[in-house]
Design a binder for this molecule. Structure first.
Ligand code: AMP
Ligand code: MG
Length: 488
């Protein structure tokens, strides 16, 4: 077998999914294969890049051992419950056990209509495929839990959106594609047996330690809450805005999933929203922790009948579990922000120092990424790169005095401190205006060079790469992107 499939989700009862056949691309062409990821999955990258591999990556052939299915799920979309969603344009090809013994899903996104497509066409346009590939691989390079991109291909088909666009497929890899919305699917139907099977599957797969706990489902809830708290903190520390944090876009494995109209902010503004479909700013940068907790509350509700047969007791357990979100989030949030400003020993007073910096950054429209990167230079004695990012540079000086006093108590040699800061403060983010320009080049001119270039530079986000200095630049005022589109 070219791909050593070892499927478990397809063994669950039939109401969990629908068997489907991926759409066969008429004339596929390879854009990119992720060779290191292929190796991790035990797949020969040479084969993946061969005509036989391309046929699998474009839906033309079903690889031996693959049992293609569309997974059923539900979800709250912008706060409104939809009892029936599911993979409307994605097909799970199957699972493999990777080199580290971990089970991973391999999914084809943009693979045609399924019983869950509703009015959609089941397809993906090239732009969103390139964005997801680039951003998910960037997140992986940062060490942030995420789904991965194994390959991207063009299909040779046209896709109808506001305009006619080239079609594409993304081969996505995930610890699993099980979402909060998957649990909601069964809860909404009063299918407690389905819930239990799903919860047991998730425990076995993602949180095996829960099995030995006193109440495995309560432990599962705690574990998912903890994973999401850390994940959202990590997003905020790099200025990431997911854009569509619906409960069907939240993985119970704690990975970033479903990159739609996502983007990284340039200047620090907690109210930043990019997604064209998020008019009310529900999923703005600074709302993401609150929304994660809201989604986790919906998750907890689904688990109530499993946690305790007595509803009151179950609710109490769920509330206790949910009250763990805030401390877990704050610990992760301030902990790594402390590292971003060069501190090793954590002091509760540092929270005020971090908040004060962020407030000054907001008031002075300071570029988020560059500021933290330039703080490393300030540690080496050169404040100018950091302070010149402020509209009023004395706002930096006012903070820097306090900061230096604090650093003096945190004994570390400057060179060592700066090196540690450079390992948590990326020099590069996928700048939104550059992502849009990269997509335009591919869509309008079939020029994939900007995609490959950005992929290469962003795979080493913590390295200064002087020859890529242009990619570190924030947008000029006329280059700023106001909205990103889902492209669904
Ligand atoms: P998303 O906004 O991509 O998270 O998708 C929300 C729901 O709409 C999921 O059930 C998707 O499978 C479905 N969906 C999104 N785009 C399409 C499409 N082009 N065709 C069919 N279903 C889609
Ligand atoms: Mg989704």
């Amino acid at each position: 077998m070219a791909i050593a499939f070892n499927n478990s989700y397809a063994r669950l009862p039939e109401r969990f999914f629908a068997s489907v056949r991926p759409l066969q691309s008429p004339s596929p062409a390879l854009i990119q294969v992720n060779e290191p990821l292929a190796a991790d999955l035990g797949i020969d990258a040479e084969w993946l890049m061969s005509p036989a591999g391309l046929d699998v990556l474009s839906g033309r052939t079903i690889a031996e051992g693959s049992e293609p299915i569309a997974q059923a799920y539900a979800g709250h979309q912008f706060g409104n419950f939809q009892p029936q969603l599911g993979d409307g344009r994605a097909v799970l090809l199957g699972e493999v056990i990777d080199r580290d013994g971990r089970r991973r899903d391999i999914q084809l996104k943009g693979a045609g209509i399924t019983p869950f497509s509703r009015s959609g066409d089941g397809r993906a346009a090239l732009g969103p495929v390139l964005r997801e590939y680039l951003v998910s691989e960037y997140m992986a390079a940062l060490g942030i839990p995420t789904t991965r991109a194994l390959a991207a291909v063009t299909t040779g088909d046209a896709v109808m959106r506001e305009e006619i666009l080239p079609g594409a497929m993304l081969t996505r890899v995930a610890s699993s594609h099980i979402r909060v919305g998957t649990f909601q699917f069964f809860a909404a139907r009063g299918d407690v047996e389905g819930l239990r099977l799903l919860a047991d599957h998730v425990i076995e797969r993602h949180y095996p330690a829960a099995k030995s706990g006193e109440n495995p489902y309560r432990t599962l809830l705690d574990a998912v809450i903890a994973a999401q708290a850390v994940l959202v903190a990590r997003w905020l520390q790099v200025g990431f805005i997911h854009g569509v944090m619906n409960t069907d876009n939240m993985s119970v494995a704690g990975e970033t999933i479903d990159y739609g109209p996502c983007a990284f902010m340039d200047h620090y503004d907690p109210a930043t929203v990019f997604s064209s479909i998020d008019r009310a700013g529900r999923y703005a940068y600074a709302n993401q922790a609150r929304i994660a907790l809201w989604n986790l509350t919906r998750f907890a509700e689904t688990l109530l009948p499993l946690i305790d047969a007595q509803q009151e007791a179950a609710v109490e357990q769920a509330q206790t579990a949910l009250s763990g979100f805030a401390p877990a989030f704050e610990g992760a949030y301030f902990g790594r922000f402390a590292e971003k400003i060069g501190l090793t020993e954590k002091d509760p007073d540092d929270r005020a120092l971090i908040d004060d910096l962020l407030k000054r950054m907001e008031e002075n429209q300071v570029d988020f990424t560059l500021l933290f990167r330039h703080l490393g230079q300030a540690v080496s004695g050169d404040d100018e790169p950091a302070r010149s990012l402020f509209v009023d540079p004395t706002a930096f000086d006012g903070w820097a005095g306090e900061w230096r006093a604090r650093l003096a108590q945190d004994g570390r040699e400057a060179g060592e401190r700066r090196a540690a800061m450079d390992r948590v403060n990326p020099a590069f983010i996928p700048r939104n205006h550059q992502v849009e320009a990269m997509i335009a080049a591919a869509v309008q001119r079939e020029d994939f060079a900007p995609f490959h270039r950005m992929l290469d530079v962003l795979s080493r986000p913590y390295d200064d790469q002087p020859d890529a200095a242009a990619l570190a630049e924030p947008p000029q005022p006329h280059e700023r992107i106001a909205a990103t589109f889902c492209g669904t």
